[in-house]
Design a protein around this ligand. Structure first.
Ligand code: 5GP
Length: 192
């Protein structure tokens, strides 16, 4: 999506360890009108898939997932990160390794909010190693529901997550911007 690629070039900052910072419009200060256009694009891509729920992971997926859910007119559910999975009952749980924080989280969703009849579109801000998506897919599978696909704002296509989820798990992944390469020296280039 050209609009998004231009915004990443203008506002994105390349940090240590292959982390792209887009705090100016996505991860800290949210440009709601702009992000709403991304939500509309996810709707265009998945509108014929019978989506009944949008699923994301806290915290950074919540904003874009809400804006997307408005177009589908379905609820948005977010998986919560927790260190005390044992105290919860009636939840689906899974494990996620955080790329940016370099730690492992248990994630949970109440069984009340993911039902076997659900057709779930997963939304997240970034795709890197694929751990967050794998964890979310596992929650949906445990619920006996169906993953119709994943909508990602920024995929770092030079990292293995995209292949893992598309080829390894057979899940449709649509990323609105796919970064082929990024470095402080050469800047950011996108997959054609
Ligand atoms: P993965 O699980 O695919 O390795 O990473 C996805 C999660 O890590 C996303 O939910 C996102 O919050 C975070 N993340 C991964 N790479 C980046 C990045 O380059 N920049 C930012 N801001 N977040 C990232």
């Amino acid at each position: 999506m050209k609009l998004l690629e231009d915004k990443i070039i203008t506002d994105g900052k390349i940090g240590e360890g292959d982390v792209l910072k887009v705090d100016g419009f996505l991860n800290h200060c949210m440009d709601v009108a702009f992000l709403s256009k991304l939500g509309e694009e996810f709707y265009r891509l998945y509108k014929d898939c019978g989506v009944t729920k949008i699923l994301t992971i806290e915290a950074s997926g919540i904003g874009i997932a809400c804006l997307t859910a408005q177009y589908f007119n379905v609820p948005m559910v977010f998986a919560k990160k927790t260190k005390t999975v044992n105290i919860f009952s009636d939840v689906y749980t899974s494990r996620v390794e955080s790329f940016t924080h370099k730690r492992v989280y248990d994630i949970i969703v109440s069984k009340e909010y993911l039902r076997p009849e659900d057709r779930v579109l997963i939304i997240d801000d970034f795709l890197a190693q694929g751990s967050a998506l794998q964890g979310l897919i596992s929650l949906v599978n445990d619920a006996g529901a169906e993953v119709v696909g994943a909508g990602i704002v920024i995929e770092k296509a030079f990292q293995p997550g995209g292949d893992l989820i598309r080829k390894g798990m057979g899940v449709r992944v649509e990323s609105l911007a796919r970064i082929a390469h990024m470095s402080c020296k050469d800047g950011i280039t996108f997959v054609d």
